[in-house]
Design a protein around this ligand. Structure first.
Ligand code: F0G
Length: 454
């Protein structure tokens, strides 16, 4: 089946020359975050806020009600959150990390421990800034890029129980599942795992929250891979996922295809009431939360759109298409291919570059120079953290180049260009040299670092 949409508006893009690309990346401190988008041909930096909105979402933008209090868009958002996610209370926020921060400020205390499958980087940073400690409890197979498993985002229940026993339930304010697991390659969490985590949490009276950014992609994998879900509609599976949780923080810039927006969904009125004063102080009044009324409309409509079975099947097919092309060329990728991105194993691609010289970021730079394609390195530059006791810097277990595909934006021809570019880098991989840091802040350094070739 071809795309279940046709193209009504187009945005020109241009490929600058190789010499220009070499100059631009040098000026950007060998960090793809420093590039301006006009110098990028195909932008796979992120699938966040970069998707193409539908005509229906754009129509919502025009109809947006900009009243300060009680705008129509908020009622529509409440309706969508109730229908699609199953939560009665909605806290709007300008994006996912703002929603998380509002929730975490109320529930995380200094010294708390929060079990995750794996937190996203800004989520991790937010919890640490509040004195909490996120702990990865993802199943070990998540760290084996080549191991095929349908649900590599699952929490390992043995690790979870061991952690609860070790630190005590009173120090665990909640458990959080990122669906799909972005930091682990966009890998899904099984419905059976969501259910089992909720059961363990209930034994100890610990709430479960979902980081829902890609909950519709996760539901699609459940539909395709988990027994008993083949004949269920995506909409039904999405809702069931949330039934095993007490709430969610949601970046609506991903699956709902809005350019901006986030929310918290809850059924606990008391918790909702505690968040409201912070919401007003930090984001805006409770019915707009830092968004324009028009954005609320785009999010509300996007929440319904993300439940479309054909749209999702087509989206995942395109991500798989890119993955297959790279796989056929002998380039090692995380398998199975994730929901929103293809993750290239940069450590396997550039085995001669030690982790200290940032193979993932090096590969992102090389791909840009080769073909004007912007991916992002997710490895030691992004995820190294100091050990709590010794202060020693611990690098992450994987070095990955993420090629995140915006929804409804690029064609398969664009994917061909991406694959060809990476294949050309692969052919000359032995000549590629690593990068070292010139300047970097102590945290979230991959966004701001300036580097130079070794
Ligand atoms: N949670 C997950 C799983 C995410 O992937 C992101 C953002 C957030 C929370 C934060 O949401 O950006 O709206 O504040 N991920 C983007 C990415 C930035 O490129 O993967 P936000």
């Amino acid at each position: 089946m071809a795309e279940p949409f046709r193209i009504k508006v187009v945005e020109p893009i241009r490929l600058i020359s190789r010499e220009e690309r070499q100059r631009k990346i040098r000026e950007a401190g060998y960090n793809v975050f420093g590039l301006v988008s006009d110098d990028v041909y195909i932008d796979l930096l992120t699938d966040s806020g970069t998707s193409a909105m539908s005509d229906n979402q754009w129509a919502g933008i025009i109809l947006g009600d900009e009243s300060y209090a009680g705008c129509r868009g908020f009622s529509h958002l409440e309706g969508a959150v109730r229908d699609v996610l199953g939560f009665n209370y909605v806290v709007p926020a300008h994006q996912g990390r703002a929603a998380e921060r509002l929730l975490f400020q109320v529930v995380v205390k200094k010294g708390d421990v929060i079990p995750f499958n794996m937190p996203f980087d800004t989520t991790d940073a937010c919890i640490r800034s509040l004195g909490g400690r996120p702990v990865n409890c993802v199943a070990d197979i998540a760290y084996e890029p080549q191991a095929i498993d349908p649900f590599k985002g699952n929490i390992d229940l043995v690790k979870l129980r061991a952690l609860i026993t070790e630190v005590g339930a009173q120090r665990i304010p909640f458990i959080m599942l990122t669906i799909t697991n972005n930091a682990g390659g966009g890998q899904p969490v099984a419905m059976s795992n969501l259910k089992a985590v909720k059961e363990v949490a209930s034994e100890y009276n610990i709430p479960v929250f979902i980081d829902a950014a890609r909950c519709a992609e996760n539901a699609y994998f459940i539909q395709q891979r988990e027994g008993g879900y083949q004949n269920k509609a995506l909409a039904e599976i999405i809702r069931e996922q949330f039934s095993y949780s007490d709430g969610c923080a949601f970046s609506c810039k991903k699956d709902p295809m809005a350019n901006i927006g986030g929310l918290i969904g809850l059924n606990d009125e008391e918790l909702y009431q505690k968040i409201l004063p912070l919401l007003i102080a930090q984001e805006g009044f409770i019915t707009y939360g830092g968004l324009a009324g028009r954005d609320l409309e785009a999010v509300a409509r996007g929440l319904y759109e993300m439940t479309d079975d054909d749209l999702m099947a087509n989206r995942i097919r395109q991500v798989e298409y890119l993955g297959e092309r790279l796989d056929k060329a002998g380039i090692q990728i995380i398998k199975p291919v994730g929901g929103h991105a293809v993750f290239v194993d940069a450590a396997a691609f550039l085995p001669h570059i030690p982790q200290d010289y940032f193979p993932a970021d090096t590969l992102a730079v090389e791909l840009y120079v080769e073909s004007g394609v912007r991916g992002v390195g997710l490895g030691a530059l992004a995820f190294s953290i100091p050990d709590e006791e010794t202060g020693e810097i611990i690098p992450p277990k994987m070095e990955l180049l993420r090629l995140a595909i915006p929804r409804r934006v690029y064609t398969d021809r664009h994917m061909d260009v991406v694959a060809e570019g990476l294949k050309r880098v692969y052919e000359r991989r032995n000549q590629v040299r690593g990068l070292r840091i010139m300047h970097a802040p102590p945290v979230l350094r991959h966004f701001l670092a300036r580097l130079e070739p070794v």
